[in-house]
Design a protein around this ligand. Structure first.
Ligand SMILES: [Zn+2]
Length: 650
């Protein structure tokens, strides 16, 4: 199986060091305290980082500064060269909730280096005002006057002050409030009343491995464990416009099993404000692109189809794309067995958007020899005979799903059916007798009950189909799963060998319906399905069977850890995952869920999983969504647990 390699945005969640300063009454005041369970460690910051200028009295040092603003009555600010500079800053490790990016209020968003910084204390002795020179390295949003290489002046309020007695002699400037000279920052700037001077609304220091917020704003948003790269990806995504959102695909596909090729047409309904639309197209050849019958200009580069759209109408549009090709992956052909099935990389056999966060509905027509039994996503709505002993079958997938679980399988299968309440269970196979097929899949109805109970959400479709297909396949798709044929024999030999069937069935909830927003959070799909397979074995065969699985996960993870290859379960990118990375996502992910279950206890854990699943059913998730639901069910913070096991924080 191959996974998508687009670098998408990460949800950013990081634990920060926040400032604690002695307040006026001598008590410590935390600037942010979301969690009361955090550990306290103190250190004294080297105040040489902070070019704090002490306060004296009256005259402004700088007439230009006087003109600038009202906020702190800056005309009263000045420098006292005699004031002591024994500032101390006490830093405490607590949770910090960061704001959503205040993009709307900004004139500019830039990345730059602070080349000079000066701080001033307000005359009323309550605030610190600082001025910075910023050398711009990248402009993400501009009012027009900013460019790379330009040196701009920016200012901001910030800092805290302590007045022990009488004369002011101790100034507290927080690490968050005061950008550091030489530091690389992402800054959200707004214009002040002077065109060439900007005010820093908020900012983030981009260090090698971490991102530090300058401060917090209203509407907090949590971030943890991020790197500057991920952080900036998130921001670029936030700023990126316009985006494209696919609403519906309507495809007709004719695979040629003998020739190992496909040809087809897909109508894609999508919304965009842009005049260009981009789709993934694998190695397919694009024959034509049309809008309302009229040909559109397009180009193909790097497995992407770029379509030029007319200026009007804007908003929702529908284009039609003809394509053909001989895909080398994403679909497997077995001419001697008359079988074909898809496997994960949908854009290899049908033009689409690969992004797992862009869920869409699907109408799918499949043309194949009439002798073959096909299966695809959703509900089979019609079958019609065509000339040349062919047949067209049509399915409707009415719940939006990610495109990587779009798919189909076909072969000379015979079909065994049974019903569990209102869900039809189908088993497709060739080399097994109907009696054997029933034995192989005898636990499927019970799995349906179990997963519905543990998810707190009913199975989303009317049918669930398991196909025993040629080759080594183990692939979930929406409303069906393709399993390697040999797995049937394994189950006939050992009825306890249910792991694979349970894992793939679990994906119908965790993965297909509650979907990782991008592949960096893939552990939410795979770790959960892997854990749920063990949980099913426990339900079916008892605690010992469960613990055996967990021990396997632990041992697999332990090997990776011992090799020094342990990582955060939230990946900075999933561009070229190693074998160890996959072990982490599957085995460590599942093992961590087991540990979380131990930590939270039965009731809270399963309530949390149900809350998570119900709340995000049909949606896309990031790890912080999972953390929130589990903490809610737990009634108290799980920060330490997730820091240690998921984010791999010391
Ligand atoms: Zn899986």
């Amino acid at each position: 199986m191959r996974y998508k390699t687009l670098a998408l945005a990460l949800p950013l969640v990081f634990g920060l060091t926040a400032l604690v300063v002695p307040g006026p009454g001598g008590q410590e005041q935390s600037t942010n305290h979301k969690s009361s369970s955090s550990k306290t460690h103190r250190k004294v910051i080297d105040t040489n980082h902070f070019p704090i200028v002490a306060f004296s009295a009256v005259e402004p040092a700088d007439s230009e500064r006087r003109a600038r603003g009202e906020k702190h009555n800056k005309s009263n600010w000045n420098v006292d060269p005699d004031a002591p500079s024994d500032s101390t800053v006490v830093v405490d490790s607590v949770d910090v909730s960061l704001p959503a990016f205040p993009v709307d209020q900004t004139a500019a968003v830039v990345i730059g280096t602070i080349t000079d910084a000066r701080a001033y204390l307000s005359n009323d002795k309550t605030g610190v005002y600082s001025v910075f020179s910023v050398l711009i390295q990248e402009v993400l949003k501009t009012p027009g006057s900013l460019a790379v290489g330009r040196l701009v002046e920016a200012e901001r309020e910030g800092g805290r002050v302590k007045f022990p007695s009488g004369r002011v002699h101790l100034y507290m400037v927080s690490e968050q409030d005061m950008p550091r000279v030489g530091g690389r920052y992402l800054l959200f700037l707004t214009n002040t009343n002077s065109e060439s001077v900007f005010e820093i609304l908020t900012g983030y220091e981009l260090r090698e491995a971490s991102v530090y917020a300058l401060d917090d704003l209203p509407k907090p948003r949590s971030y943890e464990n991020t790197t500057p790269t991920n952080f900036l990806n998130e921001l670029r995504m936030t700023l990126a416009e316009p985006t494209l959102d696919v609403l519906h695909y309507s495809a007709t596909l004719e695979p040629d099993i003998a020739a190992k090729s496909v040809k087809g047409t897909v109508r894609i309904r999508f919304s965009t404000e842009s005049q260009e639309a981009e789709f993934n197209c694998g190695d397919l050849t694009i024959d034509s692109v049309r809008l309302a019958g009229a040909a559109l200009k397009f180009s193909v580069a790097d497995h992407r189809l770029l379509v030029s759209l007319p200026a009007e109408p804007r908003g929702v549009r529908e284009i039609e794309i003809d394509f053909h090709g001989s895909p080398r992956r994403g679909i497997r052909f077995f001419p001697d067995r008359q079988q074909v099935y898809t496997i994960f990389s949908t854009s290899q056999w049908m033009v689409c958007v690969d992004d797992p966060a862009d869920k869409a509905t699907l109408t799918f027509k499949l043309i194949l020899p009439a002798t073959l039994t096909p299966i695809a996503n959703g509900r089979l709505v019609s079958q019609r005979e065509l000339p040349d002993q062919k047949r067209v079958s049509e399915w409707e997938q009415r719940t939006p799903i990610p495109t990587y679980v779009f798919g189909f399988a076909a072969g000379p299968f015979h079909v065994v059916k049974e019903k569990r309440r209102n869900v039809e269970l189908q088993y497709l196979a060739t080399n097994y007798t109907p009696q054997q097929v029933r034995r192989i899949f005898r636990d499927t109805p019970d799995m349906l009950d179990f997963f519905e109970d543990r998810a707190g959400v009913k199975y989303a479709d009317r049918t669930y189909t398991q196909v025993l297909a040629a080759g080594g396949v183990e692939q979930e798709m929406s409303s069906f799963t393709a399993l390697k044929e040999s797995y049937g024999k394994q189950l006939l030999d050992n009825e306890q060998d249910l792991w694979l069937a349970a894992h793939e069935f679990a994906h119908q909830w965790w993965g297909n319906m509650v979907t990782c927003r991008d592949w960096n959070h893939f552990w939410l799909n795979e770790g959960t399905a892997t854990f749920m397979a063990a949980a099913y074995l426990e339900h079916r065969f008892g605690r010992a069977a469960y613990l055996r699985e967990i021990e396997t996960y632990r041992a697999n993870y332990e090997k990776v850890r011992a090799a020094g290859k342990d990582k955060s379960l939230v990946f900075p990118d999933w561009l070229s995952p190693t074998r160890e990375d996959r072990t982490l996502v599957y085995d460590k992910g599942a093992y961590v869920l087991h540990l979380l279950r131990e930590e939270m206890g039965e009731r809270a854990f399963w309530n949390g999983l149900r809350l998570f699943t119900r709340r995000h059913f049909g949606k896309s998730v990031v790890t912080s969504d999972f953390v929130s639901a589990m903490e809610e069910a737990n009634g108290k913070s799980l920060k330490e647990f997730f820091s240690k096991w998921v984010y791999l924080q010391p």
